[in-house]
Design a protein around this ligand. Structure first.
Ligand code: ZN
Length: 167
């Protein structure tokens, strides 16, 4: 079996689990399989299904003891599993950021770091990052890099160049 077939089987097994137990339980199985998690993670919230866009967000206050939830669309399991896994990794990185960082760190910097992590970290899900999602991540990296002030741009310049040379 190709990895694509295995991933599709796995996605269908999560869908079955959601049907027989709950979507929340199935998503907990999903993050366990891809080794995602954080002590401050406190479960999922849901938003209306959207046929074409998979939008995930992290919700919670900033601080070491603040609990965080990840909001996903009800039809999250209809999207390719490698997209869901990599987008969940992005949100779990935000949970990690919220544990240690305050709101004084700008949104462009937080997003830049999260997209950089999503493109380069050895802790990323051990499955292929879909090409379209990779393109989206690189575009976001540029967008948030350009929104940072000069001092921050200097700080991340070499990492930015590394990503660009790998494209
Ligand atoms: Zn983000």
């Amino acid at each position: 079996m190709t990895s694509k077939v295995i991933l599709e089987e796995l996605r269908l097994s999560f869908k079955r689990e959601a049907e027989f137990t709950s979507l929340e339980k199935a998503l907990h199985s999903l993050i366990a399989v891809f080794d995602l998690g954080h002590p401050n993670f406190d479960g999922f919230l849901f938003r209306d299904s959207s046929p074409n866009t998979l939008t995930l967000t992290t919700e919670g206050k900033f601080g070491p003891d603040e609990k965080q939830k990840i909001r996903v669309p009800y039809n999250v399991l209809d999207f390719p599993l490698n997209s869901s896994a990599h987008l969940l990794f992005h949100e779990f990185f935000h949970i990690q950021q919220r544990e240690t960082k305050t709101l004084s760190i700008s949104r462009p910097q937080r997003e830049f770091e999260a997209y950089l992590e999503g493109l380069t970290s050895p802790r990323r899900p051990k499955i292929n990052l879909p090409k379209s999602l990779r393109t989206q991540f690189i575009e976001a990296l540029h967008k948030y890099y350009n929104q940072m002030d000069e001092q921050l741009k200097m700080k991340y310049k070499s990492q930015m160049e590394l990503v660009e040379s790998a494209v």
